[in-house]
Design a protein around this ligand. Sequence first.
Ligand SMILES: *Cc1c(COP(=O)(O)O)cnc(C)c1O
Length: 249
Amino acid sequence: MTPVDPRADVLAGNLARVRERIAAAAAAAPRAAGIAAATPALIVVTKFHPAADVRRLVALGVRDVGENRDKEAAQKAVDVAGGDAVRWHFIGQLQSNKARSVARYAHAVHSVDRLQLVASLGRAMAAEQDATGRADLECFLQVNLDPDADPDAAGRGGALPADVPALADAVARTPGLELAGVMAVAPRGADPDAAFERLARVSAALVAWHPAATGMSAGMSGDLEQAVRWGATHLRVGSDVLGPRPAVG
Ligand SMILES: *Cc1c(COP(=O)(O)O)cnc(C)c1O
């Protein structure tokens, strides 16, 4: 007899609804003639939720999960021990001294926002690849989309669009790192359409110089439709799949 797991049923229902929203948004998105409709990849953000939920999601066919704190992610990666079944995406602000840890479990880092972090990730990946032969680390450059961003507050909410080219070149020339594209969070209180239009322009400029860096990681529970409209390739959805995050103690 299959044990009853009500939580798995809840996650299955939520996941199905989110997948339907993504499919509908992708079908509605305007695109150039002759270009096949591409459904963006769904990264389910499991921060604050237990490793057991990650296992339930894997059983439901989820392969990509997102975490925003190294300590929590590293522990979950050990607990889930999914091997290739799970790809961990690090999406939170990352301190350089955590690069070594992140290189052990992460498939991708979506929050690369400064040169110092690129250097740390490069050193961490050199050591990790020596030890394990792991694949290159996918790097998304986090862009600050707030038009009034303080240029001196570097590393808060991403790099300024003007700093993206130098950051991209640094990632591209670092062995062990693969330049995947751009990432952003729509600024709080701002119109997500305007924010993602801005990100789409930053992305187009990046791709003109680095043709393989076509990734655009944008869109969360509340604004995934707008992100898809502007060409998101990777969506990071947490609460609409897992429910509200447990309060942090
Ligand atoms: C938490 C988080 C998400 C998911 O947000 P939801 O609103 O729960 O979908 C996406 N991106 C980043 C960077 C996050 O920290």
